[in-house]
Design a protein around this ligand. Sequence first.
Ligand SMILES: CC(C)(COP(=O)(O)OP(=O)(O)OC[C@H]1O[C@@H](n2cnc3c(N)ncnc32)[C@H](O)[C@@H]1OP(=O)(O)O)[C@@H](O)C(=O)NCCC(=O)NCCS
Length: 171
Amino acid sequence: MSTQAAHPPLDLLTGTAADLGEVMQTMDAAFEPRFGEAWTRSQCAGILVLPGVWLVLARIDGEPAGFALARSVMDEAELLLLAVPPAQRRAGVGRALLAAIGEEACARGAERLHLEMRDGNPALFLYRQSGFDEVGRRPRYYRGRDGRAHDAITLARMLTSERLIPDIVTL
Ligand SMILES: CC(C)(COP(=O)(O)OP(=O)(O)OC[C@H]1O[C@@H](n2cnc3c(N)ncnc32)[C@H](O)[C@@H]1OP(=O)(O)O)[C@@H](O)C(=O)NCCC(=O)NCCS
């Protein structure tokens, strides 16, 4: 996949294991260590080689602007990670990555996309706006560096074949 927009210049590209350096750079910038949500490089490398897993990279003017990691099994897809560096936020990159994951999941035969997030993460606003509803909760699932535990919320949305990618990205 390679998409390009005239304004703003946001590219969405399919990533590979060769892009792990970029992924970890964004991971370190995006996730606050105190919540324990970020993955290690070896966790990312381990999952990338599994069947049904794919990575989408976002770049603005050729510079890393975020990534999303997902997997699909049969008619179900899961968003594993979504991250945008602080300097690139609130410009629609997260929404575009989420939409790209939804479209690819659809193309792979998934009918539902689900994800798990820390209770209290403002990412909830983005997910709700994108049609996700809460379907479950795991108490005290995340434990941050400060030892505090946070519930995990499971969110899900049905997928349709409609165009999901917003207008800022031109196919
Ligand atoms: C969550 C995250 C990916 C959002 O990326 P983003 O590029 O800033 O998101 P977008 O610009 O596409 O946001 C789209 C809409 O979602 C909502 N939204 C996104 N972040 C929000 C926030 N922090 N607070 C309130 N609403 C927010 C807004 O409605 C926003 O539209 P607006 O800017 O026009 O108001 C980014 O904040 C991030 O990387 N966070 C740290 C990592 C993380 O927690 N990932 C999710 C793990 S489940």
